[in-house]
Design a binder for this molecule. Sequence first.
Ligand SMILES: [Zn+2]
Length: 313
Amino acid sequence: MIKIDNILLIAIIIIFFVVLFFVVKILFKLISFFIRKIHTKLRYKREKIVKENSELYKALLKLNESYIFKDLKDSIIFIINCNSKAKFTKYDDNKELLDEQLIEYIILNEKSIKTNILDAIKNKEIFDEYCLEYDNLNFNTNKSVIEELDIKYNKFIEIENRLKIKNKLDPVVEISACVGYNYTSPKGRNSYNGKKDYSFNDLKYYLKEANKLEEYRKSYEAHKKRERSKVNDGLRYDILERDNFRCQICGATQKEGAKLVVDHIIPVAKGGMTTKDNLQTLCQICNSGKSDKCNDDDLKNYLKKTKSKKNNW
Ligand SMILES: [Zn+2]
């Protein structure tokens, strides 16, 4: 009997302490909750006093109002969804390929990216001016003003300084870019992803490269159009006559029913110019078979020959 009583007593003591532990814990949580609430209220009240009476804070608000910054996104994100693991690996092994993709992306979105970059540069200029004025706000509210308030002097100054830091404007002055690439296997079992980051300076550099490439493409297209338009009726006749009205590949003639055309030996698309030595008579069948193809040696010789002449595209 005594033994059972002892066990019961020990059990009761254990239960008592366990319950006590939880009660204390809950009490502790409740007390800290109220303390925090009071603290927040007090903090809010103090902050309100400072906001209403601080000369520094008022001057800062006035300064902030006098500056307007463009609202910008601070990063450009471009994702390439690879349709095969091989393509993913290609980017993963040679991240320089992503630079080309970024350039193409910039060309596609040139206007918005350029505007964003220019806006960020403008923001930076204005922000530098702002910072100068901000740094000049190096005073605190007069002691005599604070002494009449329901707050300790040191506390007031501490809050005032904190508000100055917290309310400093923080516009976007730099834009970064990120090119991501990913691949997900058909059933979604495996997914891979990688990325390359670009700084603002990188982005500015690639914007320039994109402009150059676009310029080149435009002048290249103009070159093709220009050279093709040079083949007028007179020149066409001269070439047909020179080639005895005969296809220079199969020898077919108009009399035999062949339709003859004048062809650029080195295609315009490959840099060929409209000069008599680069034109030949072909029948339509041979011409459509040739299209933009040309002999590699012919091309090399041609480029060597025209190298001394200035390429105008
Ligand atoms: Zn032919």
